[in-house]
Design a protein around this ligand. Structure first.
Ligand code: ZN
Length: 374
């Protein structure tokens, strides 16, 4: 295990209203040396992988501006091995010099893996702010049925991330709130890694920089989360919404990757083993994983109140019932705990040894405590 400090960043981050219009010029910039490649017709072409819901809504704005020879393909909803194989074959066939992902977390993850396997730059255009995946060099591969399989690490972070807040503001508010759930975990997981000296997600130990960004992420959520939720409900871009989009996407992304993950994400991975939770988003399960992590670490009552209060204010899960687990059995909950404590899981980054029985108890405590806020 490396003891050197390490931090990684995306090559470029652009956020604001209507910044989607910058995509064609970013594609051209990243597609290689124009003079060197001038004899090739495909010298600027790119492949756009888009989630089905993004097709008309966003592409109509930019389709006519895309570099010549660019191709658009629909993403098939799951970031699983068969979809990655299909997309990689398309990249090889059309000789794309860049890959752009337009869509949510899974479309983005698939594009990042395909670009890494193909050795071409990747541009990420999230249409929702529901996870902190866009800026990172890691992606999650699921089974065809949506069960967590493994994390795939890319050789470098995305070359560009373009976040159009006018697009994010039009998306259903549940996505933004879910992104706040994913961002909520960042500081608490970073702090655990800082205390234990555990490995971060980029192969080193945390920096002062990553810890400060993770803390700023939490402070931003607490101060601007409820306002941003309101703005999104009204489909308007406000300074609060801009701050929360940056917290969910950039601060949380830099924070989790360069500071590290711990209990919350392992508990999320545990939940994916139960079918009842599949209708719930990553950030919703991570939020309850954060609450469980606080009980696991015996966090002081004041902090517990603040975090539960935040979850209530923005509408994140407070109980197992909020994740479809009203009638969860003892065996099922133990399955979650066992999965969360599997070898290699980030729960072992906590500054104390963690056993499945402790996670099982913490899940019940987190649920009991949450019921008080109902
Ligand atoms: Zn996450």
């Amino acid at each position: 295990m490396s003891k050197s400090k390490r931090a990684v960043f995306p090559g470029m981050y652009i956020q604001g209203e209507n910044v989607i219009k910058e995509l064609p010029s970013v594609m051209k910039k990243l597609s290689g040396n124009k003079n060197f490649l001038q004899n090739s017709k495909k010298f600027l072409s790119g492949l756009l992988i888009t989630a089905p819901s993004s097709m008309d809504f966003i592409l109509s704005e930019i389709l006519h501006l895309l570099p010549e020879g660019s191709r658009v393909v629909k993403f098939n909803r799951e970031c699983c091995q068969s979809e990655l194989t299909r997309l990689t074959a398309i990249v090889q066939e059309c000789g794309a010099r860049s890959i752009t992902a337009i869509g949510g977390g899974k479309a983005i993850d698939a594009a990042k893996i395909v670009a890494d396997n193909s050795g071409v730059p990747v541009i990420v255009v999230p249409t929702i702010a529901s996870t902190d995946a866009p800026c990172s060099a890691c992606a999650v591969i699921y089974s065809e049925d949506g069960v967590f399989e493994r994390v795939h690490y890319q050789s470098r972070n995305p070359d560009a991330v373009i976040v159009d807040t006018s697009v994010i503001a039009k998306a259903p508010v549940r996505f933004l709130v879910s992104g706040m759930g994913d961002a909520l975990a960042t500081w608490f997981e970073a702090r655990s890694c800082g205390q234990s000296g555990a490995q971060n997600e980029c192969g080193g130990v945390t920096t002062m920089t990553a810890l400060a960004l993770a803390k700023l992420c939490w402070e931003t959520l607490l101060e601007y989360g409820p306002d941003a939720k309101q703005a999104c409900e009204l489909n308007t871009v406000t300074p609060s919404l801009e701050r929360i989009v940056e917290a969910n996407t950039l601060l949380s992304g830099l924070g989790f990757e360069s500071a590290g993950l711990s209990a919350a994400h392992s508990i999320h991975n545990g939940f994916t083993a139960l079918k009842q939770t599949h209708a719930y988003y990553h950030g919703e399960k991570v939020a309850f994983g954060t609450l469980t992590g606080l009980h696991l670490a015996n966090t002081d009552a004041g902090e517990m109140e603040t975090v539960y209060g935040f979850c209530k204010n923005v509408g994140l899960p407070l109980t197992l019932g909020d994740l479809g687990l009203d009638n969860v059995s003892h065996d099922e909950l133990m399955k979650v705990a066992l999965r969360a404590c599997a070898g290699g899981e980030s729960i072992h980054h906590e500054p104390f040894p963690v056993e499945p029985e402790m996670v099982f108890d913490a899940l019940l405590k987190a649920d009991e405590f949450g019921k008080r806020y109902k």
